[in-house]
Design a protein around this ligand. Structure first.
Ligand code: FMN
Length: 250
């Protein structure tokens, strides 16, 4: 691989990863806290190469990715989205009762989540990389239109995981889309599918927690859990959605 401080060697193969595919995808969690370290171009190249290997309808490849690092334009775009991230999180914090019930306890899961989200919002523009995954809209889009961009989004997160990096998809750009479009010269027929912040995680990657398999998978008809829907040993769970409001927690 190229020397990460220097020129990217165009002939270099992708870096080797050490995480198996299944292990990687069951440990790709939302990473919102990043070390203050740049992401080398060789890593960016591998991550974006993985993104562009994702499927699109009839292989149209009508996805595009704007990578924002530290140019004046990039910093302006990051700042714009960061302001929205802060107001969105402040609203969510109050609305979803992050400071009441178990949220008022020192080290509950809710408190830790609120702490992470606050830090994420406060430092949003400092994320080493921000990627805007975009889709060139078709004239007569099908209902599956967005399915040509989100597999690439997940590939970005998985490739980051494979290389010791991490990130999270957000929708914070939505409220500032018009300003972003102007700032970054984005043509009118483009769907900006989200923001992906990326960097070296401050913590470690943990196991993804979801509801039990038997609640999420059916056979033959809605609601009919298959007998084989048994979570592997050691599976950890999480309920769906934001934390329960204080009144419902008791
Ligand atoms: C469509 C979508 C929108 C999301 N929007 C946000 C967001 O605005 N802010 C945020 O911090 N995380 C956002 N996320 C990340 C989710 O909150 C996260 O993936 C989820 O809580 C599961 O976290 P885990 O994978 O670490 O278990 C979004 C994820 C998706 C798929």
């Amino acid at each position: 691989m190229p020397d990460d401080d220097g020129e990217l060697d165009a002939r270099a193969p992708l870096p080797a990863d050490t995480v198996g595919l299944l292990e990687g995808l069951t440990t790709t969690r939302a990473i919102r806290r990043y070390k203050d370290e740049p992401v080398p171009e060789s890593v960016l190249r591998a991550i974006l190469f993985a993104a562009t290997r994702a499927p699109t309808g009839t292989n149209r490849q009508h996805f595009r990715f704007i990578v924002l690092t530290d140019s004046p334009n990039a910093l302006a775009a990051k700042k714009l989205i960061a302001q929205r991230a802060r107001s969105a999180w402040a609203g969510m914090r109050a609305r979803d009762g992050y400071d009441s019930g178990s949220g008022a306890e020192g080290n509950s899961r809710k408190t830790r989540m609120a702490r992470t989200m606050q830090e994420f919002a406060d430092n949003f523009e400092k994320a080493p990389i921000l990627i805007l995954p975009c889709l060139i809209r078709q004239k007569n889009p099908s209902k599956l239109e967005a399915a040509s961009i989100y597999p690439a989004v997940q590939n970005i997160l998985l490739a980051a995981r494979a290389l010791g990096y991490g990130g999270v998809l957000t929708g914070y750009h939505l409220a500032v889309e018009d300003e972003l479009v102007k700032l970054l010269d984005i043509p009118p027929n483009i769907f900006i599918a989200g923001t992906i912040t990326l960097g070296k995680p401050q913590g470690s990657h943990g196991t993804v927690r979801r509801r039990p398999l038997s609640e999420l998978v059916f056979v033959d008809k809605w609601g009919n859990a298959p007998s084989w829907a048994i979570d592997p040993p050691g599976t950890e769970y999480a309920s769906a959605g934001p934390p329960k409001r204080a009144s419902a927690e008791k």
